[in-house]
Design a protein around this ligand. Structure first.
Ligand SMILES: [Zn+2]
Length: 289
């Protein structure tokens, strides 16, 4: 009986065309801001792939089981390509956390979303789907996952991203909130002037917004620290970094990697101490604006 069933399954799978499996959404947003609009010619204008809105630093996940065939820059844009057996998915602009040859499962983190994809107003992921050299519409596979919708230009605006962690540069767990606390190293009761985000040492830290680097140097208890001035008296700061990737005076856009998570200064382990400053005074990055 079992044997007969097995044979039936094997026959069925060898006869049926290899229907592409549905894709899981690569980032938290289940929404397409700009649909697929392939160019008429190979080098023509058009929109290969779809744009999915996201936040800089957000974890990007593989849409299906496969193997990484590319992880590097294409014309200066960080790109990951995953082979799924006949079809490939591409992800831009994404700082890779995987290497060529890595096997991945559906939903597995493969990197972090960077800013700067030119066709979207804010940060977004350009997700592509290829069979050979032919571009296909990723939405056909995402649609079957059930939660796909296009934004209706005449309809009501989409819901904003969930309140709370929406403005943090990394989407790791908040291990210590802003506010009064007993300091884990000194034991003193004082203001914890930022939000601690748990992340492995070496994790790329993206700028939360565009601005100019005002500081990129060791700074006492903060360890190696980068501060970005966004204008209007607003600044963000990234502390306990293991390394910095920018220099003072440099202009950055949201998603540019400013450094990597570390444990320098007064720190008990790898994490990012993220601060938001208004006129030089720390405010709760997760608080009201
Ligand atoms: Zn902290």
């Amino acid at each position: 009986m079992l044997r007969a069933l097995l044979v039936t399954i094997l026959l069925a799978s060898s006869v049926a065309p290899a229907a592409a499996a549905p894709w899981t959404w690569p980032i938290g947003e289940h929404r397409i801001d700009r649909p697929f609009d392939p160019p008429d010619s190979e080098y023509g204008a058009g929109h290969r792939g779809v744009d999915i809105p996201g936040r800089a630093g957000q974890t990007v996940r593989a849409v299906a089981v496969g193997r990484v065939t590319f992880a590097g820059r294409v014309a200066g844009v960080w790109t990951i390509t995953i082979e799924h057996g006949g079809e490939r998915s591409t992800y831009q602009p994404v700082s890779p956390a995987v290497r060529v040859g890595d096997a991945v499962t559906a939903g597995q983190p493969i990197g972090r979303l960077l800013g700067g994809h030119p066709s979207c107003r804010r940060t977004c992921l350009n997700l592509g789907r290829l069979r050979g050299d032919e571009y296909l519409d990723p939405a056909d596979l995402l649609a079957t996952a059930g939660s796909y919708r296009l934004i209706d230009p005449d309809g009501s605006p989409p819901e904003p991203p969930g309140a709370g962690t929406g403005d943090l540069p990394l989407d790791g767990p908040v291990t210590s909130a802003f506010g009064m606390r007993v300091h884990p190293v000194t034991g003193a009761r004082k203001l914890h002037d930022g939000v601690d985000i748990g992340a492995a040492c070496g994790t790329p830290v993206p700028a939360a917004g565009a601005g100019r680097v005002g500081r990129a140097e060791p700074s006492g208890a903060y360890g190696l620290q980068v501060q970005v001035e966004h204008g209007g008296g607003i600044a963000t700061s990234y502390a306990h970094l293991g390394s910095v990737a920018v220099h003072r005076g440099q202009q950055v856009v949201a998603g540019d990697v400013v450094g990597r998570v570390g444990s320098t200064g007064f720190s008990t382990g790898c994490h990012l101490h993220f601060m938001r400053l208004v006129d030089g005074h720390p405010v709760d990055p997760l608080g009201e604006r």
